[in-house]
Design a protein around this ligand. Structure first.
Ligand SMILES: Nc1ncnc2c1ncn2[C@@H]1O[C@H](COP(=O)(O)OP(=O)(O)O)[C@@H](O)[C@H]1O
Ligand SMILES: [Mg+2]
Length: 252
């Protein structure tokens, strides 16, 4: 069974001229790190939001471990951990307070939750800062705390939207290391990035999306081999998506 099946998804936002997703399909095998790669505005965040039940597609199906994202979100919630592009923590609460609050929303038992928070704070190098308010955290620290928040219930599928965008080198190395470690525990990871060197290094498979359409997928090594004159995944990416810059304003 696939961990994720996206079939022929169409999505046009209200007022938009072009669709965000235009018949997009792809599949993710379990226990892999899969990179969803594409230029600005390609439809990566829209895809992830559909998987997490935050955006409703106009048509098509999205299935996680055999469960329909449009109908069975209550069951899916236990299996999926979403790390959103934007930091989703309360600035005026400490990391510990934020994580306790989120863990309780998941209905986690308090001893188990306390242990899990302790383990994750230490794993992400934040144990000494557990009682500091999020607003005092650096960008990289916020990013790491944001990831911990999605891991409290130990999801089988971890979905991260641009987890390494704009973070310091050490935080990025720690995040990527953790992704590999989590995969080795038998988990599936889908993550978006526009950093091709990073994706080449960490992904078992990549899916390239452009203008809401599937472009190509495969293992980075195989794609590099099968595309003419390509030495790196970045060459493959430019080969398929072209060199025209995509200046989509973001809401960040
Ligand atoms: N809430 C929204 N309302 C209208 N248009 C949107 C909205 N969110 C995204 N879009 C548009 O949909 C397209 C895909 O966006 P997005 O999924 O955020 O791409 P990516 O994450 O790959 O940069 C872009 O053209 C973007 O401007
Ligand atoms: Mg995005």
């Amino acid at each position: 069974m696939f961990a994720i099946e996206i079939r022929d998804i169409h999505k046009k936002y209200k007022g938009a001229i072009t669709p965000a997703l235009d018949g997009f399909s792809f599949f993710v095998l379990p226990k892999k790190i899969v990179g969803l790669l594409g230029p600005n505005g390609a439809g990566k965040t829209t895809t992830i939001n559909i998987l997490c039940g935050l955006v409703k597609p106009d048509s098509g199906t999205a299935i996680i471990s055999g469960m329909d994202c449009m109908k069975e979100m209550d069951s899916i919630r236990r299996f999926i951990g979403l790390v959103p592009q934007q930091i989703a923590l309360f600035e005026s609460l400490t990391a510990n307070e934020n994580l306790l609050y989120i863990g309780r929303l998941y209905g986690l038992e308090s001893n188990m939750l306390a242990n899990r928070i302790r383990y994750l704070l230490e794993r992400f190098g934040l144990d000494k800062h557990a009682d500091k308010r999020i607003k005092a955290y650096s960008g990289g620290m916020k990013r790491r705390a944001n990831i911990i928040a999605s891991l409290l219930h130990e999801p089988d599928l971890l979905v991260l939207d641009e987890p390494t965008a704009g973070v310091d080198v050490q935080s990025r190395a720690m995040i990527l290391e953790f992704m590999k470690e989590y995969k080795n525990q038998g988990k599936t990871i889908l993550y978006t990035s526009h950093l091709m060197d990073e994706a080449e290094q960490v992904c078992d498979d990549v899916v390239i999306v452009d203008e809401g359409k599937f472009v190509i997928n495969g293992a980075p090594k195989d794609l590099i081999k099968s595309t003419t004159n390509c030495k790196r995944l970045e060459d493959v990416f430019l080969h398929y998506t072209g060199r025209v810059v995509r200046d989509t304003p973001t809401d960040e």
